[in-house]
Design a protein around this ligand. Structure first.
Ligand SMILES: COc1ccc2c(n1)CCN(C(C)=O)[C@H]2C(=O)Nc1ccc(OCc2ccccc2OC)cc1
Length: 246
């Protein structure tokens, strides 16, 4: 496998470069915007949207992020050598998890706001979605991951680890995924060792468990929404969002 030939440092450099090349927004851009908040009138306008309008609005924006994560996955050493089925299984289960990991870079813990539509929004802006538990869980996760104060390199390697998960259901060549995962784990522990932060490894594994429940909640809410508005999901949601999550 290409990764076993590559020295661990090359695997690290390759994943960090891929993360940087596929980050829709640079951290500096997001930092510059973090105090650009929505006015009361703008918040009220979002809250006055119909449920299906707001769900479609969010699905469109999240699909932007998912597309960049798909591109990131394809550049992880060894991912493209996996069979098609397994690549899809890893993306179906892991892409929203990586979006949520990346979202912490667009989160302002000081006023609990997240980047949305060009400004930073609090949980109240998403009221029309009628899934305050999901939004609360997304914001709580963002707070808890921000608290670890990960570097961009650590975010890159953690994102790769979240994606290359050999425990996913329906994998056809679990052994091959396992080997790629081992290389990514080595790359992450190599980086944490170099950063003198070995203690982070098990904290990051605890976050993997929270991500899994968060994404199950997202799927559950989407199923509930789809029951209420089947046509909206069928004809107005982005195909990629439907393919991966519906
Ligand atoms: C990778 O990091 C980021 C960070 C921010 C953004 C992006 N990427 C992509 C571009 N983007 C734009 C254009 O606004 C931002 C975005 O989508 N923000 C946003 C969207 C929906 C939110 O909550 C609703 C919700 C959350 C989870 C699951 C389902 C949901 O609703 C159905 C909260 C914030």
């Amino acid at each position: 496998y290409p990764t076993s030939m590559m020295h661990i440092e090359e695997v690290c450099a390759s994943i960090v470069r891929s993360h940087r090349e596929t980050s829709q927004y640079r951290v500096e851009e997001l930092q510059a915007l973090r105090w650009k908040l929505f006015s009361r009138e703008e918040i009220h306008a979002y809250q006055s949207k119909s449920m299906d309008e707001m769900w479609q609005h969010c699905a469109l924006r999240l699909t932007d992020a998912v597309q960049y994560v798909v591109e990131f996955a394809k550049r992880i050493p060894g991912f493209r050598q996996l069979c098609q089925n397994d690549q899809i299984v890893l993306l179906k289960n892991g892409s929203m998890e990586v979006v949520l990991v990346r979202m912490t870079r667009a989160f302002n813990t000081e006023n609990s706001t997240v980047f949305f539509d060009g400004k930073f929004a609090g949980t109240e802006l998403f009221k029309a979605l009628a899934c305050s538990d999901l939004i609360a869980a997304v914001f709580d996760f963002a707070h808890s991951l921000c608290a670890l104060r990960l570097t961009e390199q650590q975010v890159a390697l953690f994102s790769a680890l979240v994606l290359i998960n050999s425990d996913r259901p329906c994998l056809e060549e679990r052994g091959r995924v396992e080997r790629v995962k081992k290389e990514v784990e080595l790359a992450l522990s190599h980086t944490l060792h170099r950063d003198n932060q070995e203690g982070l490894m098990n904290k990051l594994y605890q976050k993997v468990a929270i991500l899994k429940s968060l994404c199950s909640l997202h799927i559950e809410k989407l199923r509930w929404f789809r029951q209420l508005y089947p046509l909206t999901v069928h004809s107005l949601f982005p195909p990629l969002y439907k393919e991966l999550f519906a």
